[in-house]
Design a protein around this ligand. Structure first.
Ligand code: GLN
Length: 176
């Protein structure tokens, strides 16, 4: 869980339950899960609009797995609603059914000198990276950690490993 990681790092955090709370926070982590289910909350409480406002205000937002899908500009397999805050095309469940989840090693040279363990769970694959998007991490040659301005997205789950590198990067981004 992201909260556990932040607590371990001594970084302050708050679990957000309602869209109205988004205006008060300094940054946001959108967790994994099922993006189609998460979308239902977006329309209900105006959560989608509140997240857009957060990004427009320059606050850092980090989406992991389903969170990355929600942030993308284009979603494939199939297409679905999204916030369009990150110029990538992302394909859902792209590793196929036989690879439901896997632990791989990838490189994020700017974040860590050593390879990172990366947990993929029914993970998407980033198929296109827009011009303004920086690739911070790769695994098997594919981009798995990307950044566009104050928006960060990972197709893996950094909160499920011991390594704090990705969260540390996000927290430092939030402190600027
Ligand atoms: N398969 C999920 C989706 O398409 C994402 C899985 C995850 O967040 N671990 O929304």
């Amino acid at each position: 869980m992201h909260a556990k990681m932040l607590a371990r790092m001594g970084a302050p955090y708050k679990l957000v339950k309602h869209a109205s709370e988004l205006a008060e926070i300094g940054g946001l982590i959108m967790p994994g899960g099922e993006s189609t289910t998460m979308l239902k909350f977006f329309s209900k409480e105006g959560t989608g609009e509140a997240i857009k406002e957060l990004v427009m205000a320059g606050k850092p937002v980090f989406g992991t797995c389903a969170g990355a899908i929600l942030l993308a500009k284009e979603v494939l397999n199939p297409s679905q609603e999204r916030l369009g805050l990150l110029d990538i095309s992302i394909e859902r469940n792209a590793y196929g059914r036989q690879v439901d989840s896997s632990v791989r090693r990838g490189e994020c040279p700017e974040l860590s000198p050593r390879p990172l363990e990366m947990v993929f769970i029914r993970a998407p694959i980033i198929r296109r990276v827009g011009e303004g998007v920086r690739v911070l991490g790769r695994c098997d040659g594919m981009p798995v950690l990307v950044e566009q301005g104050n928006v960060l997205a990972a197709t893996f789950h950094p909160e499920l490993t011991e390594d704090e590198a990705v969260h540390r990067y996000f927290v430092e981004k939030s402190n600027h």
